[in-house]
Each structure stands twice: as C-alpha cells, then as structure tokens.
Design a protein around this ligand. Structure first.
Ligand code: MSP
Length: 475
C-alpha cells in the first residue's frame, strides 16, 4: 500500500484559529480523505507551535503561566478541527516530551555536522513573525504582515551555514526532486536562492519559553527550527527508526505563501545537513482578504470559522473556502459570499436535486427504485485528476456541472409529469439520475463528508423516502 504523509503548518497558539489556519487544515483534510478512499496509507499531521516570545507575551497578557496558557490554547485548535469535520491522524505540540526529545537529537546531529558556529547577530527581529528581518523586508520600516516595528537585536547566537546550500537546493528544485508549487512560488524561491543565501541564527539569547540548546544552556533554540522539526518528530525521528523510514520523506507540506522561505530553503538545508532527505513537495496557498481588506482584529473583519460552521454547517464552510478561491491564489471571502454559495450551489443546487429525486421516487414509485440501466455520465476521472493536482476549485466546479445538468434535465423534461405518460421510461430516467447523484456524492465525500453520507444513505435505502432538506434555509 502506498503511504501518503501530509502536513499543515503547526499553528501559533497566541490566538484562536482563524479562517487562514482553517483553510490550510480543511484542504489537508480533503486530501487525507481523498487518499484514504483511494486506498493509500495516509498520515495527516497537524498541531500547534507553542514556544517563543510571542506566545510567552500572550500568556502574560492572559495572566497565565505559559504552559497553562498553551495547554488551553492548543485545545482550542483541536476542538476547532473537530467542529470543522477535520480528522487528523496525529496532533503534535512542540511542548510535548516526544517532540522536545527529537529536537534535542536533531540539534546534536546538526552540531556534529560541522555546519554550526558561534557568532553575533545584530539586526532586526519581528516577534509577530518570530523571524529575523532585513531592511528590504520592511515597508516604511514596519513588518508588512504585522504592521509593527521590528525589534533591534544584538546578541550572541549560534549560526547554521545556510550559505553553503544554494547550489544543491537550486538543483533539487529545478530537477523536481523537491517540488515547489504553484510555479510562481517556485520562481520566487529560486530567485531568492540565486541572490545568494546568508547563514542564519539558530539560537536566541533571551528567549525563555523555548527548548535549551543541548550544548549551550545559556541559549534556546530559535523557535522556527524547533517548529519545522515537528514534521520529523511526529513520525518517530530518533525514537522509532522503522516508522520514520516508512513515512519520511513527507509527500506534501501544505501552507500559506508567507512561510515558504522557511519550508523551501531553511528546512531542506537543515535536513541535508543531518543526512535526511528533504520533503517531496511544498504547496503554498494564497491569502484571504475580507471585502478587499486585510483580515485583522483591529479592523474587526475577522471571520470566525467556528461561528461560520455552526451557522452554515461544516460542509458548507469547507465547500465555500475551496470553491470560492482557486487554491494557490489570493482571494476575497466574506459571510455574504458564503451565504450566496450556500443558497445557490448548496440549497438550490445539490440539496434541491437530492430532495427532488427522493420525492419523485417516494411519490411516483412508492420508494422502489428500478434497476439502473445504461452507463452514467463520466466525470470522476476529471475530478480525481483535479484533486490530485490540488485544483480543488476545478474539482468542485466539475461536480457542480453535473448537479446543474441534472436539475436542468428535470426542469426541461418536466420529469414530475412523465410517470403518468411512460412509467417504464420514467423509471429508467430516474434510476440513472439517482446513479448520477450517488456518483456525485462519492466524489464529494472528501469535501463534504456529512452531506455525501446523507445522500448515500438516502439513495441506498431499500425504500427511498422523501429526504429532509440537506441545506435548510438560514434564518
Ligand atoms: N508556527 C508557524 C508555522 C510553523 S510550521 C513548521 C506559523 N504559524 S501561524 O499560526 O502563524 O500560521 C498560520 C497559517 O495560516 C500559515 O499557513 C499562514 O500562511 C496562514 N494564514 C494566516 N493568515 C492568512 C490569511 N489571511 N489567509 C490565508 N492564510 C493565512 O506560521
């Protein structure tokens, strides 16, 4: 059996999950379900990043000891994923002993590689990004993502010789041993590498809530490197070599486009330094805006995924996010757009089709479906190809071509009047439409597990009854 190991970023617990983290995790869940259906041995990993100043400061604001704070916040992530019908195979936390132990081994290996040296860092640091910054990364002196002024650091640090890895990374990326998608992101990374890589600091001097450096207790491990290593620690690095050999390298790291330099440059270089192969592929999705504006708490336009799922169903939120914006591009979302999709595509589209078919079978045929004759319309191959390419938007568009076709067919033939005229033909038509809707449900199952299951159960019953609305009116 093929294995398929896919990951999301592990999310900072300084705040509750937002629509951006929900987006990556929903996409990963769709893929996990898709590959499970296809028979692969899937390992879908998500989790939380819990170390560093950003989190320590949030804990202080909340008036809680850091560990207590991260325990509470991490639970908010795992329960959110449950509410969005997301089922990971594992949920890793960077404060867990299994992760800390693996990171210690990883750092010792790094030290032994000879690629580490002691130095002094003098420069800028954005705590919001937990990242070292250059003047060129700033807009009017501010971090473009957080709108804050980076702090000036001058401290003793340990460094990693990232500068030695430009050529090898470039060749692995161009010969597709290490894939970066979409193409635009790959070009961004390649041009960054071609400008020449600089060595990076791997430790910090005054960050308390982090893992101590194994060989220098006065320093803690730079949180980003601690975090990146979750992908290895979760599959048994340093504790279960057999399991690690089975799942590593990861087949796919999914993330937003803001964190690709960490994943496409630093991460593969670190792995090469310790003799571990880089992941097979990184795919970066775009960023959401809300009514054209950057989503932010200060602007008060943050969309809460839990509230949206509670109001419109988890299935509808999953559908909306993956249908509204082509995966890989930036896009605009809002509750109005979600509601519009809910009404047109779900209630009046899919839901209406299910309800019409079950009603016709129940009323005209006493719930008995005649045997299916003829072959159904073929669209599954196109949907599967789109999902494999991470073109979720195309997959859903293709499925909805079938939904629209079937509804239009019922309208145009006035199917509800045909039983009286030609019962045999009516029976054939209706069973073909039912077969089509079952095929639609099968293709939809990774995206909308609940609705797909309701359709499957409703249409496979011995006696088909008029179904309850799949997507009731929202008041
Ligand atoms: N802790 C790091 C990841 C370490 S992975 C080894 C981190 N955490 S995060 O909580 O900030 O990540 C949030 C994720 O949500 C990232 O993938 C980011 O790209 C994504 N998004 C944050 N805001 C977003 C939007 N407005 N729109 C879409 N996705 C966005 O980074």
């Amino acid at each position: 059996m093929d294995k398929f190991y896919l990951t999301t970023p592990i999310y900072y617990v300084n705040d509750v999950p937002h629509i951006g983290s929900a987006y990556t995790t929903i996409a990963a869940d769709v893929l996990a379900r898709f590959y499970r259906f296809a028979g692969s041995e899937v390992f879908f990993l998500t989790g939380t990043a819990e170390h560093g100043d950003k989190i320590a400061r949030s804990a202080e604001k909340a008036g809680l000891p850091p560990q207590k704070f991260v325990d509470e916040m991490s639970t908010k992530f795992s329960t959110t994923w449950e509410k969005l019908a997301i089922v990971p195979d594992d949920f890793i936390r960077t404060t867990e002993p299994r992760h800390v132990a693996a990171v210690n081994q990883f750092f010792q290996k790094l030290k032994d590689s000879g690629k580490i040296y002691e130095g002094e860092y003098e420069g800028l640091y954005c705590v919001g990004c937990e990242s070292f910054k250059k003047e060129a990364d700033l807009v009017k002196g501010l971090c473009p993502l957080h709108g804050t002024k980076p702090e000036l650091l001058k401290e003793k640090n340990w460094f990693f010789k990232l500068s030695e890895y430009g050529k090898i990374l470039e060749s692995r990326i161009t010969n597709l041993e290490f894939r970066i998608e979409p193409e635009e992101r790959k070009n961004e990374i390649l041009s960054f590498i071609r400008q020449g890589l600089e060595d990076i600091a791997i430790s910090r001097q005054n960050v308390k809530f982090a893992i101590p450096l194994p060989w220098d207790a006065g320093q803690t491990i730079y949180v980003w490197l601690d975090e990146l290593f979750n992908y290895c620690s979760a599959v048994g690095y340093g504790s279960d070599e057999e399991r690690f050999a089975k799942f590593w390298p990861a087949d796919l790291h999914l993330m937003g486009k803001d964190i690709i330099k960490f994943h496409c440059i630093i991460w593969p270089a670190l792995l090469l330094a310790i003799g571990v192969p880089p992941p097979k592929k990184v795919f970066a999705h775009g960023f959401f805006t809300v009514n054209g504006q950057k989503m932010s708490k200060t602007l008060g336009n943050v969309i809460d995924p839990v509230a949206m799922a509670a109001k419109y169903t988890p299935d509808a939120l999953r559908y909306f996010l993956l249908r509204e914006v082509p995966f890989g591009q930036d896009g605009d979302v809002s509750e109005e757009k979600l509601r519009a999709r809910y009404e047109s595509d779900l209630a009046n589209g899919l839901g209406n089709l299910f309800s019409r078919l079950t009603t016709l079978v129940a009323q005209k045929l006493g719930g008995d479906l005649p045997e299916i004759v003829g072959s159904p319309r073929e669209f599954t191959a196109a949907v599967e190809e789109a999902v494999t390419d991470l073109r979720f938007h195309d997959a859903l568009t293709r499925i909805w071509t079938e939904v629209a076709w079937a509804n239009k067919y019922i309208d145009e033939t006035k199917l509800w009047e045909q039983h009286e005229k030609n019962p045999k033909l009516f029976g054939e038509v209706i069973s073909n439409l039912v077969a089509l809707l079952l095929e639609i449900a099968k293709n939809l199952a990774p995206f909308m597990p609940d609705a797909a299951e309701k359709i499957r159960v409703g249409l496979s019953a011995e006696k088909i009854v008029k179904a309850e609305p799949l997507f009731p009116r929202i008041v």
